[in-house]
Each structure stands twice: as C-alpha cells, then as structure tokens.
Design a protein around this ligand. Structure first.
Ligand SMILES: [Ca+2]
Length: 293
C-alpha cells in the first residue's frame, strides 16, 4: 500500500482550481494535497509545523495581478517569499519546497508575465528553491512537479528485470536501472569483450499497470558512454510476446531525464530496445528507467 504523504500548498489568494488539480495529478498516489491560505511567513511555518508536510508548494503572487495592489506589495514579494521558504525549511521534517508561478486570468496574464513572474523567479533563485511554471502545458507541468518534489522517484515495488542482452556485472548490472538510485546505472558489457548494438532490457512491473509514458535518466556520474539515442519501446501484458513497438524515436543528448508520452495503456512488461548511442559507441547505459503513470 502506498502511504499518501501530505503536501501543503500555500496560497495568498485563491489558486485556480485547474492548478490545484494539476498539482494533485502530478503527485498521483504518492501525495495528498492540502491547500491552506497564509498571508505571512510565520503563518506558513506554523501550518508546516501543524501538518508536517513532506513538501510545501508556494503559490503566491496571484493577488498581485493588478496595478492597484502592485506598488504597495512589489518590494515585499521577494523578501517575504524568501523568509517564508527559510521558515518552512526549518520545520521538521524539513519539507521540500517548490515555488509555483500561477497562471492568471486572461485580463491579468500580461501583468503576471511582465511584473510578478520575474520576482517569483528571483525569489526562487535566491532561496535556491525549484520553480515550476504553471502557465506551461499540463504535461510539462506535471513532469516538473514530479522532478522538483520527488526527484523523479517513483514506487517501483515489485519491479524486476526479466532479461537483458548484456551487462557489465561489476559496474552496471541491469537491476541498477530500476533501483530508484540515480547514482547507479546499467551498463552493457565492455570487458573482457565488447557487446555491440542493438541492446535491450526487459522490465516486469509485477502486475498489469496503467502507463502514460516512460522516462529515461542517463547515467549521472559524468560519463556519457552508453547514452541512448534511437530506441524502440515495446509494451505487453504477456511475457515474451511483443506486439509492434508502442513508441519509436530519439532520446535527448542531455544529462536530464527524458520523458516520452504515450497513449494511456495497460502493460505489465516493458522492453526498451536501444538502437544507437549518442557518441557512436557500442554501449548502452541507463541510471533509471521509469514510467509516467
Ligand atoms: Ca539506478
């Protein structure tokens, strides 16, 4: 059973329901969203002490979308948000903090873009807090919230590796691709002999699972060997029986997590067929392979 961790959303005015829904969706079964109004950093800290959230999302600035309230409040926005972030972080169990740029109604959206959003960015930067822009497409928003609050970690209980075409046991056993630890990675064999492309890894979720996409986190140790470029992805409810690929494409040449969205489907087994490496090498590697539920 997954325990829903409390996540506190602090607002200074009513956050649009669509954003609250989007944050809830991004948390999925991991987090239960509690929405509370706070007008000061002391109030925010007091709420954090009472509710003991694992994460606090600040959705502030929505009320600053008019010229009338602007001159009085603009100088206070950055310092008050920074103070609130510091106060909340000091509360045990030291919640993660996320700053949200809320979307504003059409009449105020330009004001939000030009006046409020830059100050929210500045406060997040100065407090070294992740910032997620709720004005972007819903899918990117969900992925950014996931990354900011959970580091992309997901419940992989019951997952196992069914098969892999190649692994370097001392450095990169295949199980490293699903151990929820970004520091460990699967790496195909390079010693005493080199295994060449294509490479494939098959994961069993342990039960039929609804997925909306898959994620690929490249190795995070600074090495680029094995960073997958072209791939085919297969999904199936039955082991060793693979319908045509559910996705084919090219991952990004980046250290960041790649996300590939799919039509919602139910699968138990997932096969990643890696077809090439970004720098032309014979290896494949992955720090984490995950799904978007
Ligand atoms: Ca890993």
């Amino acid at each position: 059973m997954i325990v829903q961790a409390p996540v506190l959303l602090i607002e200074d005015t009513r956050t649009p329901p669509s954003i609250i829904q989007a944050v809830s969706d991004a948390l999925g079964p991991r987090g239960k969203l509690l929405v509370r109004v706070a007008s000061s950093s002391a109030q925010a800290a007091s709420l954090a002490r009472k509710l003991k959230p694992t994460a606090v999302v600040f959705s502030l600035g929505g009320s600053l979308g008019t010229k009338a309230s602007w001159s009085a409040k603009k100088d206070m926005l950055v310092p008050s948000l920074e103070t609130a972030i510091r106060s909340v972080r000091a509360v045990r169990p030291h919640p993660e903090v996320l700053v949200l740029i809320p979307s504003a109604p059409a009449a105020r959206s330009v004001w939000m873009d030009t006046h409020v959003a830059p100050l929210l960015r500045q406060a997040a930067r100065e407090a070294d807090a992740p910032l997620v822009d709720a004005r972007q497409p819903a899918r990117d928003f969900a992925a950014d919230v996931d990354e900011a609050l959970f580091g992309g970690k997901q419940d992989k209980t019951g997952w196992q590796i069914v098969s892999v075409d190649s692994e370097q046991p001392d450095e990169g056993p295949a199980k490293n691709a699903i151990d929820n630890d970004a520091r460990t990675y699967w790496h195909t064999r390079y010693s005493p002999k080199v295994d060449r492309y294509p490479h494939e890894i098959v994961i069993d979720f342990g039960k039929p699972t609804w997925i909306r996409g898959f994620t690929y986190l490249p190795r995070q140790d600074g090495g680029v060997n094995g960073r997958v470029k072209d791939y085919d992805l297969y999904g199936s409810l039955v082991s060793k029986s693979w319908p045509p690929p559910i996705a084919s494409g090219r991952l990004s040449d980046t250290l960041k997590r790649s996300r590939v969205w799919l039509p919602k489907m139910r699968v138990r087994y997932l096969k990643l067929l890696a077809k090439s490496e970004w720098h032309g090498g014979p290896w494949a590697s992955a720090a984490e392979i995950g799904i978007i539920r």
